[in-house]
Design a protein around this ligand. Structure first.
Ligand code: SF4
Length: 394
């Protein structure tokens, strides 16, 4: 396989994974139909999907590094399914929405979305290193405008200052880590100056699709603004390359807690073994798998979504097989922006007064007894006489 490095030069596959600098990666991104067709033998649904990019209104963009992870001989390659457009993107299915999380309705100020009392999301840029075909924010991402200036974000900062109950700001987009370092640092510094903001999170797919961006220069520039959390987005164990692992290691060494959310995607990771390998691999690199997200019903992504029961069945298979730090919550972000809901297998078989019967991951049933009620205790707390309650500290 070769990819176009410019209009008139071609790079062999062996070049793609070389540690080229991140700017080289971005400037050599595959972003048009001709370049993609030269890089990969496209199937008919992919050719039609690429031809219909304008109609969908969501751009194409794949870094050479991420393109190099695609198995060109496998039409079902899980990396390919995440970034190569298909004609199904033009299909509408019942329940799908252009803005599934109701972000437009929850815009507290321009470029600031608030869906929870203590958290807000700052839209820093519409640019990404790759354009994921399942993106929840595809209506905005890649739509133009680039990185937002501090002036343009002024009303958002004013809102945050006027609402000290917001203690957690997620800098997102788009991907803030594709911004120039000095620009990103000025933005993070401006958020950090707001006294009521305790936690800043950077939502980014850069460790997955452009790990070269996680440079010492970037980490040193951001360190003064800790606590800074990295919220990243690995979906498949193929993405845990040497380069990605090194990026995660550098982040952890520099004191950034790294949390991963994966989106459950048909034909990509809707398999318990695949996810077990991914979650174990992340923990090994000190990244915590914290959410497995049921895919949002974004218009044009029906072919990538799974029924809710698929995720529940996968969680049942993973419970007990993975340790607590490797097992994320399965989450549905409810349509309309009404909030995240954890879902999962129901382990409660029966309940009667004071006794709950569970079925464990071993398919064994066991009763759990509440402590006996005792007279005269406050708030329903059964109290403890130190003799019969079974608390282990006695
Ligand atoms: S990197 Fe994130 S914001 Fe950008 S296209 Fe992918 S999912 Fe959407």
């Amino acid at each position: 396989m070769t990819i176009p490095a410019s209009a008139d030069t071609l790079l062999p596959l062996s070049e793609l994974r070389r540690p080229h600098d991140w700017r080289w990666q971005l400037s050599h991104s595959v972003s048009d139909a001709a370049a993609l067709a030269r890089a990969l033998p496209l199937s008919e649904p992919e050719q039609r999907g690429v031809a219909a990019l304008g109609e969908r209104g969501f751009p194409l963009g794949i870094t050479p590094y991420y393109l190099g992870l695609i198995d060109a001989a496998d039409p079902d390659c899980p990396i390919r399914r995440q970034v190569v457009p298909r004609i199904e993107e033009l299909e509408h299915v019942p329940g799908d929405l252009a803005d599934p999380l109701g972000e437009a309705e929850h815009e507290a100020a321009p470029n600031l979305i608030q869906r929870y009392p203590d958290r807000a999301l700052l839209f820093a840029t519409d640019r990404c290193a790759v354009y994921c075909r399942f993106c929840t924010r595809s209506r905005l991402v890649g739509a133009g405008g680039g990185a937002r200036s501090l002036d343009r974000l002024g009303p958002a900062f004013d809102y945050l200052r006027a609402h000290p109950e917001i203690s957690d700001v997620i800098i997102s987009g788009g991907d803030p880590l594709v911004m120039a370092t000095d620009r990103l640092v000025r933005l993070v510094a401006a958020v950090r100056e707001i006294e009521s903001v305790q936690t800043i999170r950077l939502a980014t797919r850069v460790p997955v699709v452009l790990p070269q961006r996680v440079t010492d220069e970037l980490l040193q520039a951001l360190r003064p603004f800790h606590p800074l959390w990295i919220m990243t987005h690995f979906n498949h164990p193929k993405e845990l390359t040497v380069e990605a692992a090194e990026a995660l290691e550098r982040l952890a060494d520099a004191g950034f807690p790294v949390m991963n959310h994966s989106v459950l995607l048909r034909g990509v990771n809707d398999d318990a073994d695949v996810l077990a390998a991914l979650f174990r691999g992340l923990v090994r690199r000190r990244a915590r798998p914290y959410y497995l997200l049921q895919a949002d019903p974004v218009r044009g992504t029906g072919h990538l979504r799974t029924p809710l029961q698929t995720g529940i069945d996968i969680m049942r298979r993973l419970q007990g097989r993975l340790s607590g730090i490797a097992l994320p919550k399965l989450i549905v972000d409810t349509p309309g922006g009404l909030g995240k809901v954890p879902v999962g297998p129901d382990y409660v078989v029966a309940r009667r007064e004071g006794v709950t019967r569970f079925r464990t991951h071993r398919e064994l049933e066991v009763d759990y007894f509440d402590p006996p009620r005792r007279a005269g205790t406050a708030n329903g707390d059964p109290g403890c006489d130190g003799l019969e309650c079974g608390r282990k500290e006695h």
